[in-house]
Design a protein around this ligand. Structure first.
Ligand code: NAP
Length: 490
């Protein structure tokens, strides 16, 4: 192993079992799954691998805990979330190191994610005590309506590897705030971070069974029976669009409330009147955050002809100055991609664009192993038909296409089945408003390269998903509305 003493200590302390009904336990079959360091390809540790029976045990535990968490006074649920927020901050260094080891992102970004993930706990701690209801006089004056907001019930969560903690707290925090028990299946590449978080919530006083964590290498076999059982009443999934569609079909069987945060294909539009330095600054965040492995990552750059030369040169200079390496090392800005499949995809997409006529302004060749490294890459003259313009790159590659007008940029940006986020740089207010109103996406970054914020409604339209996470509406996804009609005789 190439781990140092700190890394060894964090790995030795890591939780590697299933967390069901408040107990840490091996899977029913005793099978384990390897967790790899994407920077070296070496095995870090092994975690329990759940069977469908373990999945059912988790559903039993969540179902048993549901009345307890639902009946808990909102202030108490809020205080559990506040305690978890504090504990997460106290444990930031170790959690971030664990995250970097299994996911690859630079340590500074992993610490940033712990802070971001913690903010969901604080935000929903504040929301837990603000769930309201209503009292209404019927139009004919003869009935009274009492409106209650009640927890939706047991929730099933499935999350990806790119933000192993924040994608979980974005679901778990509103569930706890609303009074819902849950089962979460993290991604097989990054189970350790979520298992560590389960311990945080247990230490914060969450009742046994209110959160259950199951790792499963055969995700479909373990999750489908849980989704089709009927006792869980909601599914919330973050991941790719094809898997989201499959889970939505399964959820239809028992009509589960469904929230889907799916793939993106964000455009990054820079118009002639933009402040180019600020656009480059924003592009560095929108493109390079998390090595480009983000659903919100800028996937297609549409830059107007008047500024394209300056923008390209400055972006290539900034991206070229980044240091690629193992995320645990000082000074590293770009870690490895998640696995061999991810690296192969980025390599293929770049090769396809170049074969179709794109020019390489920076990078463009995978770095030799071990590990799954791809260098910051800038491509120019990317033809519209290139796969890069239609598929999520999920890597540090910026494909730039010149556009002549605002309308051409808008049409190009909207020519995708995805609709998560688009970024626009312009200093003209009318233009900014016009383009924001006409872009088909759930979110717009206007003169900013970052839209994610626990206090804002995050989510997409078209095939990027259903529902919103965070913001004032975030808790709504976990509440049902019940109304009581009351006879009134005056
Ligand atoms: P993925 O392949 O869809 O996997 C996501 C999760 O779903 C993993 O835990 C995966 O486990 C699980 N899964 C796959 N098939 C399943 C099935 N039949 N039943 C139950 N679970 C199943 O996506 P990914 O590659 O991990 O993540 C990248 C994708 O997530 C990108 O498309 C990205 O845009 C999207 N994403 C979206 C958002 C958002 O908020 N919109 C945020 C982050 C990421 P296995 O790997 O074991 O199959």
């Amino acid at each position: 192993m190439t781990t140092n003493a700190d890394e060894r200590r964090v790995l030795d302390a890591a939780r590697t079992e299933l967390f069901i009904g408040g107990q840490w336990r091996a899977g029913e079959s005793g099978a384990t799954a390897k967790v790899e360091d994407p920077a070296t390809g070496e095995v870090l540790t092994e975690v329990a691998d759940a069977t469908p029976a373990d999945g059912m045990a988790a559903l039993d535990a969540a179902t048993a805990a549901q009345p307890t968490i639902a009946a808990m006074p909102p202030r108490q649920r809020s205080e559990i979330l506040y305690r978890a927020y504090t504990l997460l901050h106290e444990r930031t260094d170790d959690l971030a190191l664990l995250m970097t080891l299994e996911m690859g992102k630079p340590l500074a970004e992993a610490k940033g994610e712990v802070g971001y993930a913690a903010e969901f706990l604080r935000w929903f701690a504040e929301e837990a005590v603000r769930i309201d209801g209503g009292y209404q006089i019927a139009p004919n004056g003869q009935t009274r309506f009492l409106t209650l907001r009640q927890p939706v019930g047991v929730c099933v969560f499935v999350t990806p590897w790119n933000f192993p903690l924040a994608m979980g707290t974005r679901k778990i925090a509103p569930a706890v705030a609303a009074g819902c028990a849950s089962i979460i299946k993290p991604a097989p590449q990054t189970p350790l971070t979520m298992l560590a978080f389960a311990q945080v919530l247990a230490d914060a006083g969450l009742p046994d069974g209110a959160l259950n964590v199951i790792n499963a290498t055969d995700a479909g076999a373990v999750m489908e029976p849980i989704i089709r059982d009927g006792r869980a009443r909601k599914i919330s999934f973050t991941g790719s669009t094809p898997v989201g569609k499959k889970l939505l079909e399964q959820a239809a069987d028992k009509v589960l409330r469904s929230s889907l945060e799916l793939g993106g294909n964000a455009s990054f539009i820079v118009l002639d009147d933009a402040d180019v330095d600020s656009a480059v600054e924003g592009a560095m965040i929108a493109k390079m955050r998390n090595m480009g492995e983000a659903c919100t990552a800028a996937n297609r750059f549409y830059v107007q002809s008047g500024v394209v030369e300056e923008f390209t040169a400055k972006l290539a200079e900034r991206m070229g100055a980044l240091t690629v390496g193992r995320g645990t090392e000082d000074g590293v800005n770009v870690g490895p991609l998640i696995d061999g499949k991810g690296l192969e995809k980025v390599t293929d997409l770049v090769a396809d664009a170049v074969a179709n006529g794109a020019s390489v302004a920076l990078g463009g060749e995978a770095v030799d192993g071990p590990g799954y490294f791809y260098p910051p890459t800038v491509l120019t003259g990317v033809p519209a038909g290139s796969r890069l313009n239609h598929e999520e790159i999920f890597g540090p590659v910026a494909p730039i296409t010149v556009v002549e007008s605002e309308q051409e940029a808008l049409d190009a940006a909207n020519s995708t089945e995805f609709g998560l986020v688009n970024y626009v740089y312009t200093q003209d207010l009318d233009r900014a408003l016009r383009i924001s109103e006409n872009l088909d996406s759930g979110m717009i970054g206007l003169n900013t390269g970052l839209v994610s914020n626990p206090a804002a409604p995050f989510g997409g339209v078209k095939e990027s998903g259903l529902g919103r996470e965070g913001g004032m509406v975030g808790i709504e996804e976990f509440l049902e509305t019940k109304y009581v009609a009351i006879g009134f005789s005056g």
